[in-house]
Design a protein around this ligand. Structure first.
Ligand code: AMP
Length: 448
């Protein structure tokens, strides 16, 4: 969850950051923030608040957010933690000057580090794991910020991408597993961009340069003509998150060299390959089920139809804190095309089934609209384990596959049949050239 972006060396740094955040709104719409500064400013400004990017920033914001360096963040938190205090960037003054930091991921030793810092006298302002990094940097005895960041990083465990801005430099760190995506682009109007997803490069007129390597640190500074790169860890175990491909990322993004859209289509094709159902149409659950449904339709030869219409003025429904609100939100978001569905047998494709809220509500809607048969197809394996590496999944008890068999799930959601992608098929769809983080499916918690 969350989107982060950093811009270095462009006089419109804050404005470009807001545009990139806008393109990555799908990664979090609870809060948004930007810090800016740079060589001539000798100061860092921050504007952040709850709400969508378009609510938090306006033209006036960019009169405040000066400078040629900026960082930004879109927040997607779990239920209940939506206070203004828990927005990013986190900006602080410390011995060497000022810094501001944005983070995407999840630090698995958050409590251990935090408790030790508190014992040593630190006072925390937020409940975010990101604040640990600020304290570690502030308390370090190294004379250079670069060395403070390196030392602090070694004390962290988990999945993390950090972008840190000082008054004159920009630092980027990706964890040694490369769980969350992070890419580098070059701006046509001058300077560089680092962002969670490449889908924001078009909007700011940037060309893709490369992905940040797992365990790599980049330093942008006017002292160096080139970007300085340091490999922080030797024991690299590259594990990009499979869920970015399944659900989280925008289909037009390239993640670690692979098109999200193509991998989703491949997931749909593989689902269809093992089916021999004769149905009238394949319909996606919009938006995240669309590429997989297309793949299913192409492979099976069954017509693709838009049988469910999505209201675009509602965000992602998953974040709602109560089950009742989640049910209502799904209804407000999705509506069946009655004239198309009536009397028809349909194959419905969604990217994932977590609690079963969406599928149960949709199937009820489609039955009320007159569908004669509903075959539900999930373009990912069964989610049985919570993810602690930065994807918002509920507790194990709330995960429907942790407590019910596939047959029980099928009857709970009210489908005529139900099937999933296997873990092997998921690997085939994304590609077998490297390992992926599959914790939600296989429970292999490779980070402590
Ligand atoms: P559920 O309704 O709980 O079964 O969740 C499944 C639906 O939520 C699917 O339509 C997914 O597109 C979406 N989804 C899956 N994982 C997430 C997540 N981490 N955050 C937000 N939405 C999600």
């Amino acid at each position: 969850m969350c989107a982060i972006v950093g811009i270095y060396g462009n006089s419109d740094a804050a404005k470009l950051t807001s545009m990139a955040l806008f393109a990555m709104q799908h990664r979090g719409h609870e809060a948004s923030g930007i810090s800016s500064g740079g060589d001539d400013c000798k100061k860092i400004w921050t504007i952040k608040n709850r709400g969508f990017v378009r609510d938090v920033f306006n033209e006036k914001s960019f009169e405040t957010l000066k400078g040629n360096i900026a960082i930004g963040h879109n927040r997607y938190s779990t239920a209940g933690k939506d206070s203004v205090a828990d927005t990013q960037p986190i900006h602080a003054k410390y011995k060497l000057g000022e810094i501001s930091i944005v983070h995407n991921g999840n630090l698995t030793n958050k409590d251990y580090v935090r408790n030790r810092l508190i014992e040593e006298g630190s006072i925390f302002q937020t409940s975010m794991d990101t604040e640990n990094m600020i304290h570690l940097i502030a308390k370090s005895s190294e004379n250079k910020l670069k060395d403070r960041i390196i030392k602090s990083t070694k004390k962290l465990k988990g999945a993390y991408n950090f972008i840190i801005q000082s008054r004159s430099k920009l630092f980027v760190v990706r964890d040694k597993y490369g769980v969350r995506p992070l890419s580098l682009g070059q701006l046509k109007t001058g300077g560089y961009i680092v962002a969670s997803e490449t889908c924001c490069f078009d909007i700011v007129d940037a060309t893709f340069v490369r992905d940040i390597n797992p365990g790599e640190m980049l330093i942008f500074s006017s002292k160096n003509n080139d970007i300085e790169t340091i490999q922080l860890f030797e024991d690299i175990d590259y594990r990009p998150c499979a869920f970015e491909y399944i659900y989280f990322a925008r289909p037009d993004s390239m993640i670690d060299g692979k098109s999200v859209y193509n991998t989703r289509k491949a997931m749909g094709r593989l689902l269809a390959k093992k089916d021999d159902i004769k149905a009238d149409m394949v319909i996606p659950v919009p938006d995240s089920g669309v590429p997989a449904a297309l793949g299913y339709a192409i492979q099976s030869g069954i017509p693709f139809e838009l049988g469910i219409i999505r209201n675009h003025y509602i965000g992602r429904t998953f974040i709602e804190p109560t089950q009742n609100m989640r049910n209502i939100k799904v209804k407000m978001k999705l509506s069946p095309m009655k004239s198309l569905i009536q009397g028809k047998s349909i194959i419905v494709v969604d990217d994932s089934l977590v609690r079963g809220t969406t599928s149960k509500t949709i199937i009820k809607m489609l039955r009320n609209a007159g569908a004669s048969q509903i075959h539900f197809r999930v373009a990912s394996p069964m989610i049985k384990y919570p993810c602690f590496y930065g994807i918002d999944t509920p507790t194990k008890e709330e995960l429907i596959h942790a407590t019910k068999t596939p047959e029980e799930v099928c009857s709970y959601i009210g489908a005529d049949s139900l099937s999933y992608l296997s873990i092997d098929e998921l690997k085939d769809a994304i590609g077998r050239d490297r390992n992926y983080s599959l914790v939600s499916f296989d429970g292999d918690y490779f980070i402590d």
